[in-house]
Design a protein around this ligand. Structure first.
Ligand code: LLP
Length: 425
C-alpha cells in the first residue's frame, strides 16, 4: 500500500493532497494521517489472519476518527487506560471488542472497564485478581487473560523489550507465578479465564521470536489443561510488528508471520493434544506508523563545528522517539524542487536541549533554507501519543487526508490551553 510509504522516494502528496497545501492551510508543525493507508493496513491484517482477532493497539495513536476507521475495518482495540477506553467507547467502539491492558491498573481503570463492559481484562500481576474480582460485583463475571512472560529475547531497543524476566510486565512461567495466578483465577467465580497473553517487545522485524513465544505459550496451555482439565480458548501473542522508518530498512513480513503462526499453532496444539485456540494479535505501530507524516517548517540553518544544523518548528515535544530510543528518521524537503546537490544535515527541533535531534544524518538539498518545508515520513505511531507540553510549544494538530480532501481530526494545542489549565493559585 499506499502513498506515505512511497513518500521517501519522491511523492509530495499524501491521500491525494499536496503536503505544501496542508502546511499552508493548517500551519506547521502538523501531523498528516492518511485514512486510506490506515484502512488499507487494517485490511491487510484482516486478510492475512482471517481467523484471528486483530486488536489495534491504541497507544500508538488514538483519536475518535482513528477508532472509527479501525472499527469499520473489523478490528478490535487494545487500550491501557480509562482514558483510551472512554474515548473509544464514546466514539462508538463496541466495548466487548476492547481488551484492557496495564501493569498498574488504577481503581478508575478497573471501574471504567467493568462499567463499560470491556471484552477482556489482561491480568498482569497476582494482586489484581482479587481487586478485579471484588469490583465485578455479585452478579457479574468478567473475562480475563493472563499476561505471561514467555522468556523470549526478541532483540530491539532495551526500553521496549518485554519478553524476558527482569522487566515490569507479566507473570513468569519459570518461577511459577503465572501458574499460581491461573489457579487463583480458575478458583474465582467472578472471573472467567479466556486464555493467555504475551507481548515480547516492539519493532521486531523477524518471525522467529514469535514462534518461540508461541511454543512456550502452548506448553503452558497444555500444562493448564493437565493440571486443571481446562481448555483455554484464546492465545493472544501481542503486537510488536516492526516497520521500516527509512528506505531500505527491514520490516516484519506479515504474510510470513501469519503463515508461520498458523502452521506452528496447529502443529504445537496437535502435538499437545489441545484444540487450536483462537489467535489474537495486537499491532499498533504497523497500522498507524506508515500512515502518518510530520510536516515542519525550517526556522534556521546554521553551520557549526563542521555540521549543518537545520532547525524546525517542532521537535522532541511532538516526537520524543529519537531522544528516547535513538530512532533514525529520513526527513525530506517538500514543497519546492531544488537543483542543488545534497548535503548531510542534522535536523534539530526548537527545544532547549542539545539532545533535541530529529535526524542526525538527513540527506537534504544543500540550499535548504528557512521557510522550507520538511516532511518526516512514518510518523503516525508513538509520536503524538507520546507528545508533551515541553517548553509550552503546544502539540501539533492531526489532519486526515483522504481522496483529495483534508480535515482536522485533532486541533492544535494553543497557548490558551496552557493558560487555562494553570489556575494561578
Ligand atoms: N500489545 C501490548 C501489550 C503492548 O504493550 C504494545 C506496545 C503493543 C501491543 C503494540 O506494539 P506495536 O505493535 O505498536 O509495536 N513507545 C515505543 C513503543 C512502545 C510499545 C509499548 N507497547 C516506541 O515509540 O517505539
Amino acid at each position: 500500500p499506499a502513498s506515505t510509504a512511497r513518500l521517501p522516494h519522491g511523492g509530495l502528496a499524501v491521500g491525494g493532497v499536496s503536503l505544501a497545501e496542508v502546511a499552508q492551510r493548517f500551519d506547521t508543525p502538523v501531523y498528516v494521517l492518511d485514512e486510506g493507508e490506515v484502512r488499507g493496513r487494517c485490511r491487510t491484517y484482516r486478510d492475512a489472519l482471517p481467523d484471528a482477532e486483530v486488536l489495534y493497539a491504541a497507544k500508538a495513536f488514538l483519536s475518535r476518527a482513528m477508532a472509527r476507521w479501525v472499527r469499520e475495518e473489523g478490528l478490535g482495540l487494545d487500550v491501557c487506560s480509562a482514558g483510551e477506553l472512554e474515548l473509544a467507547v464514546t466514539s462508538g467502539f463496541p466495548p466487548e471488542r476492547i481488551v484492557l491492558h496495564g501493569n498498574a491498573k488504577s481503581p478508575r481503570d478497573i471501574a471504567c472497564a467493568l462499567r463499560l463492559g470491556v471484552g477482556r481484562i489482561v491480568i498482569d500481576g497476582t494482586s489484581e485478581i482479587a481487586r478485579i474480582a471484588a469490583a465485578v460485583g455479585p452478579e457479574g463475571r468478567q473475562r480475563v487473560l493472563v499476561r505471561v512472560v514467555p522468556g523470549v529475547d526478541a532483540g530491539g531497543h532495551e526500553k521496549i523489550r518485554t519478553g524476558t524476566e527482569g522487566q515490569k510486565f507479566g507473570l513468569s512461567a519459570v518461577d511459577g507465578s503465572a501458574q499460581e495466578a491461573i489457579a487463583r483465577i480458575l478458583g474465582q467465580p467472578r472471573l472467567e479465564l479466556a486464555g493467555l497473553h504475551c507481548h515480547i517487545g516492539s519493532q521486531i522485524t523477524t518471525v522467529d521470536p514469535y514462534l518461540v513465544a508461541l511454543g512456550r505459550m502452548v506448553e503452558l496451555m497444555a500444562a493448564v489443561h493437565e493440571a486443571h482439565g481446562v481448555v483455554l480458548p484464546e492465545l493472544d501473542l501481542g503486537g510488536g510488528h516492526g516497520i521500516a522508518y527509512r528506505p531500505g530498512e527491514p520490516a516484519l513480513d506479515l504474510t510470513a508471520l501469519a503463515r508461520e503462526l498458523r502452521a506452528a499453532l496447529a502443529g504445537r496444539c496437535a502435538a499437545a493434544g489441545l484444540p487450536v485456540p483462537r489467535l489474537t494479535v495486537e499491532p499498533g505501530r504497523a497500522i498507524a506508523g506508515p500512515a502518518g507524516v510530520a510536516l515542519y517548517r525550517v526556522l534556521s540553518v546554521k553551520h557549526s563545528g563542521g555540521r549543518v544544523f537545520v532547525a524546525v518548528d517542532g521537535g522532541m515535544s511532538d516526537n520524543p522517539r529519537p531522544a528516547l530510543y535513538g530512532v533514525r528518521y529520513a526527513p525530506r524537503l517538500v514543497g519546492r524542487r531544488s537543483a542543488a546537490g545534497s548535503c548531510t544535515a542534522t535536523v534539530v527541533g526548537r527545544h532547549c536541549e542539545a539532545g533535541d535531534v530529529l535526524a542526525a544524518d538527513a540527506e537534504l538539498p544543500a540550499d535548504v533554507h528557512p521557510g522550507d518545508l520538511l516532511a518526516v515520513p512514518v510518523a503516525g505511531a508513538y509520536q503524538l501519543s507520546m507528545a508533551s507540553g515541553y517548553n509550552m510549544v503546544g502539540r501539533p494538530p492531526v489532519v486526515a487526508v483522504h481522496e483529495g480532501t483534508a480535515r482536522v481530526l485533532v486541533r492544535r494545542e494553543t497557548l490558551e490551553d496552557f493558560r487555562s489549565r494553570d489556575l494561578g493559585g
